[in-house]
Design a protein around this ligand. Structure first.
Ligand SMILES: [Zn+2]
Length: 314
């Protein structure tokens, strides 16, 4: 009987559990809203609840489930299985996630940061299949990253590696959630794109964005493509800063592949074409044909597949 693992994705808005085989096929899965305000105990109990549902599914119950991989955001102690402080999850301070899940499901579990898990998922099952090194960036509300070198996640001291969103690009630039200023995240994340457009509107700029209540980065991207000058200015600035962040990553690590996921990456070629051009313009020390920047391939199941990849890689 072929083995499988359980991938558990604990996100700020959604909990997802899937049984996954070594080829990255999802044998059964379930999702439920996180309802983080209920606190960690209730949330973890619901994770266990949907995990039991998945384990009982016909395509899953016949398999031997060997391990569990858990992906969660926030600083953590992987060895101790503790999440120190999950962003957007009130009361998630020093939560023994691994112990809770191991005790309830009687299977060994491994914890990993969600961006690292996504990087590993793309490496095993997605656009990174067959490479030896890649850097994954998720560009959405914030900007996170994961570094794979020699087929393994590079964790750095106390799992501090891969914080690509906090590369300083403009020393006196907009303030960042990390406490610094002018970080890549404060310049090119979805949040930063929408904020920058709002600032230009508040300063008297004209744009069709004015007619869209609570517009977000995807509205900015769409209007920029339609020729809205203010939206275009904001979009080009965000792309330029993202390219500078990627230039730094490529110059230091020389990875085989840069993978970009997250909501902002859904702009497709409107993001990737100018991004590749800008990166080529600046990186001179790496052979041009090795500058590969590709969209993430796993789509909405990246959480489950990333967590499963963590379990298979342990
Ligand atoms: Zn920062």
């Amino acid at each position: 009987m072929r083995m499988a693992v359980l991938g558990i994705d604990i996100g700020g808005t959604k909990l997802a559990v899937g049984a996954v085989n070594a080829d990255g096929e999802i044998l059964g899965m379930a999702e439920t809203p996180t309802r983080a305000a209920e606190g960690p105990e209730r949330v973890l109990d619901r994770v266990v609840g949907i995990a039991r549902d998945v384990l009982a599914m016909p395509g899953v119950s016949r398999r031997v489930i060997e391990r569990i991989g858990i992906a969660c955001s926030g600083p953590m102690d992987r060895e101790a299985g503790l999440v120190f402080k999950a962003p957007n999850m009130p009361g998630w301070i020093r939560v023994p996630v691994v112990k809770h899940i191991e005790d309830a499901l009687a299977l060994p579990a491994i914890l990993e940061n969600d961006a690292n898990a996504a990087a590993l998922g793309e490496f095993r099952y997605g656009v990174g299949k067959g490479v030896d090194s890649l850097v994954y960036l998720t560009v959405s509300t914030g900007i996170g990253g994961g570094i794979i070198l020699g087929g393994k996640i590079w964790h750095g001291v106390r799992c501090s590696a891969g914080e690509v969103g906090h590369i300083t690009l403009v020393p006196d630039g907009p303030s960042c959630g990390c406490g610094s200023r002018g970080c890549l995240e404060a310049l090119s994340s979805g949040t930063a794109i929408a904020r920058s457009a709002r600032e230009l509107l508040a300063a008297g700029g004209t744009s069709e964005l004015r007619d869209i209540p609570n517009f977000d980065a995807s509205d900015v991207a769409r209007l920029a493509q339609e020729g809205d000058a203010l939206a275009d200015r904001v979009w080009q600035a965000a792309v330029k800063h993202l390219s500078l962040g990627i230039v730094a990553i490529i110059t230091i690590l020389g990875p085989e592949l840069i993978v970009i996921g997250g909501g902002v990456s859904r702009a497709g070629d409107f993001l990737f074409e100018p991004l590749r051009q800008e990166v080529r313009r600046h990186v001179k020390v790496v052979p041009e044909e090795s500058l590969r920047i590709l969209p993430a391939a796993l789509g909405r199941n990246v959480g489950i597949l990333g967590a499963a990849a963590v379990a298979f890689s342990s």
